[in-house]
Design a protein around this ligand. Structure first.
Ligand SMILES: CSC[C@H]1O[C@H](OP(=O)(O)O)[C@H](O)[C@@H]1O
Length: 316
């Protein structure tokens, strides 16, 4: 599978995630404005992929001249919750004094790094899963999308499924559709189908019932920002999954690269949660309906079995 985001011929090339699963196509982004729009429409999304988008966006601005720092600021503020976006911008911007080629080289190095970090983090997490789950073949529950499409390549939480599927240890995956933008039923289901992994899509509201019926051995989720104490911001609905998993004594594993950890924040209470447009929810509501549409929630570390990075289990 090609990289979700890459650099080619002086532009940023992304897999257009809005078009999936109906169409697998790429978009070429030639300006910072086009990149910011793609980020805000979730044509490119997922914390590690946003880190790469931030870095490549600075490279785009630097190679085109103009006020690079102002353009970098626009990119960093395109979405507020995933710390990776600002991290990617900052890492690329640090090379600006050495010229645009140095900025681009740093951004491209980050693309290579991302896949390595994700493979390592998901490999560590796979071993923790095997140690935590008694059954020989495992039934996972996933939320949102944490695979290739959420990263430059490979994936974080779904990367655990790739590792264990290769060892014939995955029985099935219950895929939360993940309303309102359906990253699960559109993107995770598409990735699992591509990989030949058995899966079923379920309503987000079915997750607790699936656990109660003994259909889940382990819950696997990603992260958008991890506070110093191990609290995790992730797609809306993650907190409820963690409560249900704790009630049913089901391992709840978070997988993320260290670029998702924000030690400047003491706890999850300090994490800014993106509020998205009501129209994402009100298409079937009466005219004039308003909405509560946070894109993320915060799961306290006490409800999390393990937060796993490329360095192994994260300890606050
Ligand atoms: C591997 S990070 C994926 C992470 O990002 C998603 O958010 P979004 O689709 O809004 O970018 C979601 O929180 C996933 O867990």
């Amino acid at each position: 599978m090609r990289r979700t985001i890459d650099w080619a011929d002086g532009a940023i090339v992304i897999v257009d995630q809005v078009a999936l699963p109906a169409e697998y196509r790429t978009l070429t982004l030639r300006t910072v404005t086009e990149l910011v729009d793609a980020i805000q429409r979730l044509a490119v999304r997922g914390a590690p992929a946003l880190g790469a988008a931030g870095a490549l966006g600075v490279a785009l601005a630097a190679t085109q001249g103009g006020d690079v720092r102002a353009e970098a600021d626009r990119i960093a503020h395109a979405r507020p919750t995933a710390v990776n976006l600002a991290w990617g911008v900052s890492r690329a911007l640090a090379q600006l004094p050495h010229g645009p080629n140095a900025v681009l080289a740093e951004a491209q190095a980050m693309l290579d790094e991302d896949e390595q970090r994700n493979r390592a983090a998901s490999a560590h997490a796979a071993e923790i899963v095997l140690d935590s789950c008694p059954r020989r073949t495992l039934r996972f529950l996933s939320h949102c999308n944490t695979g290739h499409l959420a990263t430059v390549a490979w994936g974080t939480a779904l990367g655990v499924v790739w590792h264990l599927h290769a060892r014939n240890l995955v029985e099935s995956v219950l895929v939360d559709e993940t309303r309102p933008l359906l990253q699960g039923s559109r993107l995770t289901a598409w990735e699992l189908a591509q990989a030949g992994v058995p899966y079923r899509v379920q309503a987000d509201g079915a997750a607790a019932a699936a656990m109660a019926r003994g259909l889940v051995d382990c819950v696997l989720v990603g992260a958008d920002r991890i506070a110093a104490n191990g609290d995790v911001a992730n797609k809306i609905g993650t907190y409820g999954l963690a409560i249900a998993a704790a009630h049913h004594r089901i391992p709840f594993i978070v997988v993320a690269p260290t670029s998702t950890v924000d030690t400047s924040l003491a706890t999850g209470a300090d994490i800014t949660i993106e509020e998205r447009a009501a129209t994402e929810l009100t298409e079937s509501a009466p005219p004039g309906a308003t909405a509560f549409n946070p894109a993320f929630d915060v799961t306290p570390n006490a409800l999390i079995t393990a937060v796993v990075t490329e360095n192994g289990a994260f300890h606050s």
